[in-house]
Ligand binder design. Structure first.
Ligand code: ASP
Length: 317
């Protein structure tokens, strides 16, 4: 039987068991299961790794629970600016989009940029103009409103007011935790092709068209059939500076180390040494999976070698 494999994440952060209700935990797990199963079924039926990534990411983007698509966090102006990217490990072709406000599934636009444009990355109004030309529907911003995300924005604004600075420090624990829920997927299909995709609303209260790592090829997303596919989640500024996804692939390529070892070095040493935190999900060309994070938890799921669906949230599970 030809190997195929898939793993997903729904963000890394201060996920502590005592802070979550059983009911909410079950809600998260059931969406993660649904996304993983849909992606897995696509691979089983012979579809490409890119198709599986698209299918799984869309399930997560359509859920209000995750910080991507429907559940995206608010900017300082009370809008949404979404980022996404995709990479095909066979061709090394890639597509990325940042700062879109009217696209229901940003991962679809990233795929269209990869397949239908001569470019890799489009942003803001230009990206939406391209989307319209490609027949994408423009979604009313009210679709992206969720009460929970509005409350987070209000809470950050209140803290800012109390501290009397304009911009809340990224070191503030609430700020650090305000971005959790970015989503991503990595897949290996029956033809030995790898793909990775990531989608996010970014960081609550972001200003100045801030862009994180999620749409940066090499930081948030990377796939190369000769090494691995990686999707990142965490404190984007540090993931860009550490070039997390590409660094894992490069260490495998140039040092000949395993995916597990490379992921450990980047996530447990390089990113924290800079002062950042977060995690990745990754698959190598033989279907081995790595799920490495240096936070208290990471929403994650994969299918193990026996075909059992494993869903986890906390570190010590
Ligand atoms: N990496 C995302 C960003 O910085 C957020 C996250 O994954 O938690 O925009």
């Amino acid at each position: 039987m030809k190997t195929f494999s898939i793993a997903i994440h729904g963000g890394a952060g201060t996920l502590v068991k005592g802070l979550m209700t059983q009911e909410l935990e079950e809600k998260y797990k059931s969406i993660l299961r649904l996304a993983l199963n849909k992606g897995y079924d696509a691979l089983e039926s012979g579809r490409t790794a890119t198709d599986a990534v698209e299918i799984a990411v869309k399930v997560l983007e359509d859920s209000p629970l995750f910080n991507a698509g429907k559940g995206s966090v608010f900017t300082a102006e009370g809008t949404h600016e979404m980022d996404a990217s995709i990479m095909d490990g066979k061709t090394l072709n890639a597509g990325a989009v940042s700062g879109v406000k009217h696209i229901k599934n940003p991962i679809d636009l990233a795929i269209s940029i990869m397949n239908d444009s001569p470019h890799v990355m489009l942003s803001g109004e230009g990206a939406e103009e391209f989307a319209r030309e490609q027949g994408f529907e423009m979604t009313d911003p009210s679709y992206f409103f969720t009460k929970k995300r509005m409350q987070s924005l209000q809470k950050i604004k209140d803290i800012e007011l109390r501290k009397q600075h304009k911009s809340l420090s990224f070191e503030d624990p609430f700020m650090k935790n305000s971005k959790f829920g970015t989503v991503g997927c990595v897949a290996l299909d029956k033809n030995g092709n790898l793909a990775a995709g990531t989608s996010t609303g970014g960081m609550t209260n972001k200003r100045w068209n801030r862009i994180g790592d999620a749409p940066i090829i090499g930081a948030g997303t990377y796939a190369n059939n000769s090494t691995c596919a990686v999707s990142s989640t965490g404190w984007g500024e540090f993931f860009i500076r550490a070039m997390v996804a590409y660094d894992i692939s490069a260490m495998m390529e140039y040092k000949g180390i395993t995916l597990k070892e490379a992921a450990k070095i980047v996530i447990q040493q390089k990113v924290p040494d800079l002062g950042g935190d977060g995690g990745i999900v990754a698959i190598d060309k033989d279907g081995n999976i790595a799920m490495e994070f240096n936070t208290a938890g990471m929403y994650r799921a994969h299918m193990n070698a026996k075909g059992e669906l494993i869903v986890k949230i906390y570190k010590d599970e």
